[in-house]
Design a protein around this ligand. Structure first.
Ligand code: NAD
Length: 499
């Protein structure tokens, strides 16, 4: 079967009107700056039309933002947990009150279907609510006591100071919220650099919350990773650099951060295995793969892009998968709520994904669904939802992060082999195991080398639980109280009271 790209009816209004766009400058010390001379184009990937031009910041802009954050920090660090919590709750309410606008803006900037943008914005607001509550509950690591005779120890958690945050294009505002909420909750100030490809929702967020946060507490500088991101990673007044992005950007940031012995918090790429045993509910697993492999057009660090299925059920499972994936509707988000997969984010990324597809097929993988770009003679970076079977162990498509709507299927014959191959990649972000066996569900989950392992599920997240990787997927945790701890430091104060 072939997929058609669903387009909006002629005359359908643009997703966003000119007066709904954010101010197009950096947000520093509570105000938007005038845009500088160097600008970069922000395109709608479904239409390839220019949305706006956004300033490419330089070292001076970054330094001004860091100075503003540093000046604001002492007062923000002294705000009581109760008051800080109220600010974060107000931020969550502001997101909710403007959810429709933020959803449309995110879909225009990234090409995401509305279902994905809606989920992003809802989870972002909930993240602020979670952190507003979590910051008021002291953790056990703050316990005090007398551990040496006549000495009372007090364990304090303190903010780190000013944090640099760098975010990717796949979930622009959501990945921003995953940084902003715990960083502010822990009493830090920050300078955030969104992806140069998708800065609009972050700038809009800054505009929307400008009256809720004291000037300088939260700053945004738009621009390139190699300029603004690199300066944040090197700046002596930044205490930690937190990046969500590719493994190569994480390596660059960690290297740059080393000069000032700065902490790094790295949420990097993934290559999640989806391990299906012969006793699994195959239909449920195939339905799970539809979301887990194709949500956000597969541009998802935890995407189930690598199926390992027991050889004895591979044919039956693949047939269920084909039935599921063939039902996916591809299109421009403006074509309505039925759209499940939008375009890829940019021309370079589209070319990259097509390159992986072409090479995989040339190397013998068989597309049982999709396998090609769609509507190549019309605007938009659309790729068919693709399932590749007959994929050889160790093939490029099984090792490298494609970050598109492409899932490969390999087979295995026993549990040890499944685990060995599932773990045999550089990434260790996420994995899932599909089985009806209680023993296997525990045993395999324990041996999978990934920061998140789902059993009979995949890609289900909540603000209460940690997210982050092992190995090449980085270190540090987003979400949950673990993020709150990552963005603070431990101090021991010991009082001698003997005579
Ligand atoms: P990317 O690494 O190209 O860019 C991410 C951000 O880093 C951008 O803002 C970019 O400007 C900046 N950057 C690039 N080089 C830099 C440098 N030398 N110094 C400082 N900043 C730099 O990634 P992307 O293409 O925007 O996003 C896709 C990648 O992000 C994928 O690998 C994906 O797996 C990963 N990701 C991971 C998670 C997670 O939670 N682990 C979540 C979302 C995305």
């Amino acid at each position: 079967m072939t997929f058609t790209v669903r387009r909006p009816a002629p005359g359908t209004a643009p997703l966003i009107s000119a007066d709904e766009l954010p101010p197009l400058g950096h947000f520093i010390d509570g105000k938007f700056t005038e845009p500088g001379p160097e600008l970069s184009d922000v395109l709608d990937p479904a239409t390839e039309e220019l949305l706006v031009r956004v300033p490419l910041g330089g070292v001076e802009d970054t330094d001004r933002a860091v100075a503003a954050a540093r000046a604001a920090h002492p007062a923000w660090a002294r705000v009581t947990p109760k008051e800080r919590s109220e600010v974060l709750l107000a931020v969550a309410e502001r997101i909710d009150a403007n959810a429709d606008l933020l959803i449309r803006l995110e879909s225009a900037d990234t090409g995401k279907p509305f279902a994905v943008s809606r989920d992003d914005i809802g989870m972002a607001a909930d993240g602020f609510r979670f952190m507003a509550g979590a910051l008021r509950a002291p953790s056990s690591s703050m316990a005090s006591g007398e551990y040496v005779a006549d000495h009372t120890s007090v364990m304090l958690r303190e903010p780190l100071g000013v944090i640099g945050a760098v975010t990717p294009w796949n979930y622009p505002l959501l990945m921003g919220a995953w940084k902003i909420a715990p960083i502010l909750a822990a009493g830090n100030c920050l300078v955030l650099k969104p992806s140069e490809q998708t800065p609009l929702s972050t700038l809009k967020f800054a505009e929307l919350v400008a009256d809720l946060l004291p000037a300088g507490v939260f700053n945004v500088v738009t621009g390139r990773g190699s300029v603004v991101g690199d300066r944040l990673a090197r700046h002596p007044d930044i205490a930690m650099i937190a990046l969500t992005g590719s493994t190569s950007s994480g390596q660059a940031v960690a290297r740059a951060a080393a000069d000032t012995v700065k902490r790094a918090h790295l949420e990097l790429g993934g290559k999640a295995p989806f391990v299906v045993f012969e006793d699994a509910d195959l239909k449920a697993a195939a339905a799970g793969l539809r979301t887990a492999g194709f949500w956000n057009s597969g541009q998802e660090c935890g995407a189930a892009c690598r199926v390992l299925v027991h050889a004895s059920v591979a044919e039956e499972f693949t047939a269920h998968v084909v039935r599921e994936i063939e039902q996916i509707t591809v299109g421009d988000p403006r074509a309505g709520d039925a759209i499940e997969i939008g375009p890829l984010v940019s021309k370079p990324h589209y070319d990259r994904v097509r390159g992986y597809l072409g090479r995989a097929i040339a190397q013998g993988a068989r597309p049982v669904v999709g396998g090609t770009a769609l509507d190549e003679d019309r605007p938009g970076y659309f790729v068919a939802p693709t399932v590749l079977s007959d994929v050889a162990e160790g093939a490029e498509i099984t090792r490298e992060e494609v970050f598109g709507p492409v899932v490969s299927i390999e087979t295995f014959t026993d549990e040890d082999e499944a685990i060995r191959r599932a773990n045999d990649v550089d990434a260790g972000l996420a994995a899932s195991v599909w089985t009806e066996s209680a023993r296997r569900s525990h045993a395999v989950a324990a041996r999978l080398d990934a920061g998140t392992v789902w059993v009979n599920s995949h890609l289900v997240l909540a603000n209460e639980v940690p997210w982050g990787g092992f190995k090449g997927s980085g270190y540090g945790r987003d979400l949950s109280v673990y993020a709150l701890e990552d963005y603070s430091r431990t101090k021991h104060v010991m009082h001698h009271h003997g005579r």
